[in-house]
Design a protein. Structure first.
Lengths: 412, 265
């Protein structure tokens, strides 16, 4: 029979860890680094998800997004991202768009066609880096809630060679955000600015387009750069009401399957699905960082095991004595396991705090802030304790299995 | 020999073998031994005669290969390791040649250590340890660390530790082996005093002088009991009368109490 003696073990561990302060501290640090990086990753990726989720929520929950291809979370696809995403030829066509617009219950549908090429101010010749051009229909303004600060959004009347620019792009191109009437050149064609969007500062969103750095042109103009064929990366669909959305999604799916010879070569996302990390790059970064963090956790665990084995070897006589005065194997296991668990728990606490410090530091350079939830705290501390338990168990069992006679004979 | 109280220890044909094949030899060869309550037994013998092996088996730190071991009338040979640990914690006190105090813990915590595994709470433990230390005249050393004590004091602390869980039997393996003669006498005084208070003690020693404290002397040779003599305690032990400057007060008290007991008799 083994009495738990929890308090005794904790007190005991406190004394023995205190007597070897430096190496205890270093071991704790090893765990803290692993737990810290996990915390940072969770806090930041949680921040991104929350950002996109809140955007989707703001849209009112009646939005569905149709993307070409089948979204795969397969690791293999992440390793080879070039074949995925916007560089491939889309399976969505202009016919699909018009068919969806005709479905009962659809309020509006807007395509996104992202074009390659650089924007150049006609007057000054400035070519801002990091800008995109998107061809779409007037419906996008309503679906994506794009706020126009000056002028107007593109519409069916003014569609030829006119553009709406993001506020930051306006500043980058023309040095001012009062740029209505100015012109810029894109692939040899001149566009006149008819509207400027409000500064939004949410580069990460479900459209995968940073509208602050984007010029919006009509789908007709966009097709002109692509041999008259629309190359649609995404169709945003809004239903007339939230309750109609499931019906709209089912009808859209049916319609698209009919258009695509019953080939499921597209994905319809709604609600929370839209909010899932839209950027494969971000997903890949998160994954790689998680793997690195896991490795550092294992290394931290090995550190615990190492130090515990040293401690067990050093205290062989103590173990022998404790057994001689009545400690059972279970008592000895728990004594050493408690030590390992305390070290890993402290590592977890320090790592959690340090991880958040790092997350907030990093987030100063990012457009979103880390989230604080009890789940992250639970994961961080849980992982730490599990690591301590796994890597502390072997030394503890080794300690318990020592023969008391041999142990007491040992001098040091 | 009263039949109501079973002997503290009863061994029947106890055998312990070491080695394999040609190299096999019996460290203990069919030992029969009965130890009654209140005896002070000294086991003597040359190195390798099996006396330490015997003590380890008595203390349940080791298992015999053959034979029977009854502790307080109950067979303990076949019990699990966990049960052995429990018996060690409740019925056996062990004193080692090299004291084996834990350096991280102070005197009172060292003495209280066996009580931990009896499941006694800390405050109670320390009170009990303090009580024992008082009877060993070590009250003022309670919060010393082991390295701040002399060898004799360390061994007395170790004896206090062996006694704190009120064991049926105290096993001592060369308790004076690491001590100078003066400290040896203090420690032996202490053990002798315990014996007089009714404790059962089994002590292994090389030193023939120490047999004078014992009520029974066992000589071992090649794993067998060569001789077993009951001796009357020499009350007027001349060694006791040597003035001990290391711990005058306690030795005086001891001799006083001894005289009182003699008077009663």
């Amino acid at each position: 029979m083994t009495t738990p003696l929890l308090f005794e073990h904790i007190q005991n561990a406190y004394h023995s860890l205190r007597s070897t302060k430096l190496r205890t501290l270093l071991t704790i640090l090893g765990v803290a680094i692993g737990v810290g990086s996990i915390t940072t990753i969770l806090a930041l990726s949680g921040g991104v998800t929350k950002l996109v989720t809140s955007q989707v929520d703001n849209l009112g929950g009646n939005i569905a997004v149709i993307r070409p291809g089948v979204v795969s979370k397969n690791l293999n696809d992440l390793a080879n991202p070039a074949t995925a995403g916007m560089f491939t030829t889309s399976t969505l066509s202009e016919d699909d768009l018009s068919d969806i617009e005709d479905i009962d219950g659809v309020e509006a549908a807007a395509p996104l066609m992202v074009l390659n090429g650089s924007i150049k101010a006609t007057m000054s010749g400035t070519k801002p880096a990091n800008s995109t051009i998107v061809a779409t229909t007037p419906a996008l303004e309503q679906i994506a809630h794009l706020p126009v600060r000056d002028g107007q959004f593109i519409d069916s009347v003014t569609n030829q060679n006119t553009a709406v620019v993001g506020s930051q792009l306006s500043v980058d191109l023309f040095g001012t955000n009062q740029s209505i009437g100015q012109t810029f050149t894109f692939r040899g064609q001149v566009f006149t600015v008819i509207g400027v969007l409000k500064h939004m500062n949410n580069p990460i969103n479900y459209n995968n387009v940073d509208f602050d750095h984007t010029a919006i042109i009509s789908l007709e103009s966009g097709k002109g750069f692509n041999q008259g064929i629309a190359q649609i990366q995404q169709i945003n669909v809004s239903a007339v009401s939230v309750s109609k959305l499931p019906k709209v999604i089912r009808a859209s799916q049916k319609q698209l399957l009919a258009n695509h010879q019953q080939e499921m070569d597209f994905t319809i996302l709604s609600g929370k699905e839209i909010a899932e990390p839209t950027s494969k790059f971000f997903l890949a970064v998160t994954l790689v960082m998680t793997v690195i963090a896991a490795i550092s956790l294992v290394v931290g665990g090995i550190g615990i095991m190492n130090i515990m084995l040293v401690g067990v070897a050093e205290r062989t006589r103590e173990i022998g004595l404790r057994k001689a005065v009545g400690a059972s194997n279970g008592n000895i296991i728990w004594q050493f396991l408690t030590e390992a668990l305390i070290m890993s728990f402290l590592g977890g606490v320090i790592g959690y705090l340090g991880g958040y410090a790092a997350a907030f530091l990093i987030s100063t350079a990012l457009p979103f802030s880390p989230i604080i939830t009890w789940q992250i705290a639970a994961v961080a501390l849980g992982i730490a304790v599990i690591v301590g338990g796994i890597f502390g168990l072997y030394p503890a069992i080794r300690a318990a299995q020592k023969d008391p006679i041999e142990s007491l004979r040992q001098y040091h | 020999m009263s039949k109501k109280n079973p002997p503290v220890i009863e061994l029947r044909g106890l055998t312990k073998r070491y080695g394999i094949g040609d190299a096999e030899h019996n460290a203990l060869d069919e030992i029969d031994l009965t130890i009654e309550k209140g005896e002070f037994i000294t086991i003597m013998g040359p190195s390798g005669c099996g006396k330490t092996t015997l003590l380890n088996i008595l203390g349940l730190l080791d298992r015999s290969d053959d034979g029977e071991y009854l502790l307080d009338g109950k067979s303990v040979e076949t019990l699990s390791n966990a049960r052995h640990a429990r018996i060690r914690s409740q019925q056996i006190g062990i004193v080692f040649q090299s004291f084996n105090l834990i350096n991280r813990l102070n005197v009172i915590e060292n003495v209280a250590l066996p009580l931990t595994y009896k499941g006694i709470f800390r405050t109670k433990r320390l009170m009990m340890a303090s009580e024992i230390l008082k009877s060993f005249h070590l009250s003022e050393r309670e919060y010393y660390m082991p390295w701040q004590l002399s060898g004799g004091q360390m061994q007395r602390v170790a004896i206090a530790r062996a006694l704190v869980n009120n064991p049926s039997i105290i096993l001592a393996d060369e308790p004076t082996g690491n001590l100078d003669s003066k400290s040896s006498h203090i420690v032996m005084e202490e053990l002798s005093d315990l014996h007089k208070r009714g404790n059962t003690i089994v002590m292994v020693t090389h030193n023939p002088n120490l047999t004078t404290y014992a009520s029974r002397v066992i000589h071992m040779l090649d794993g067998k009991i060569a001789s077993d003599t009951k001796t009357p305690i020499i009350e007027a032990n001349p060694i006791v009368k040597i003035p001990l400057n290391a711990d005058k007060s306690s030795s005086k008290k001891h001799s006083k109490s001894r005289k009182k007991k003699q008077a009663k008799k």
